[in-house]
Design a protein around this ligand. Structure first.
Ligand code: DQA
Length: 146
């Protein structure tokens, strides 16, 4: 079982950016956390981060034939990107959307998620644990389908 874990813009600034919202841990801590969960669960993983919408679209497309599922935190592109939604629909892989913060309790403009329309579930407000929940959810889902 192989997963792609994709992170969008400004998540490379974790630990520096708005620590009151996103916490003190860094992007490299997040990457380690994800790798540890996957190792424990015997899942192969590739972890990506990009600040660029087109690169995220390219990476989603490259998951086709190379991954069984996707965990994605599209960050700000969540609220704007039909291109990311279309890419997820194109590859049609089981996908879970994750947000570190609870977007439902934040600004109005964060209340829309385009990628969520192509996702099994949206997990929000659990910090790094949200990624663990998403990975376990995909593992359970894929165990039934592959
Ligand atoms: C975020 C929430 C988004 O609204 C925001 O633009 C981000 C991070 C989160 O993980 O909580 O960059 O996706």
């Amino acid at each position: 079982m192989k997963l792609f874990v994709l992170n969008g813009p400004n998540l490379n600034m974790l630990g520096i950016r708005e620590p009151d919202i996103y916490g003190a841990q860094t992007y490299s801590d997040l990457e380690k956390f994800v790798r540890n969960v996957c190792e424990r669960e015997d899942i192969e993983v590739e972890v990506f981060q990009s600040n660029h919408e087109g690169v995220l679209v390219d990476t989603i497309q490259s998951a086709y034939g190379n991954a069984d599922g996707i965990v994605i935190n599209p960050a700000a592109y969540t609220h704007t990107s039909v291109a990311i939604l279309d890419a997820l629909k194109a590859v049609a892989l089981p996908t879970v959307e994750v947000h570190l913060s609870d977007v439902s309790q934040r600004e109005d403009f964060r209340q829309i998620s385009y990628p969520a329309m192509a996702c099994l579930e949206q997990i929000k407000g659990l910090g790094f644990q949200g990624y663990e929940k998403a990975i376990l959810l995909l593992k359970e889902h894929l165990a039934k389908t592959i």
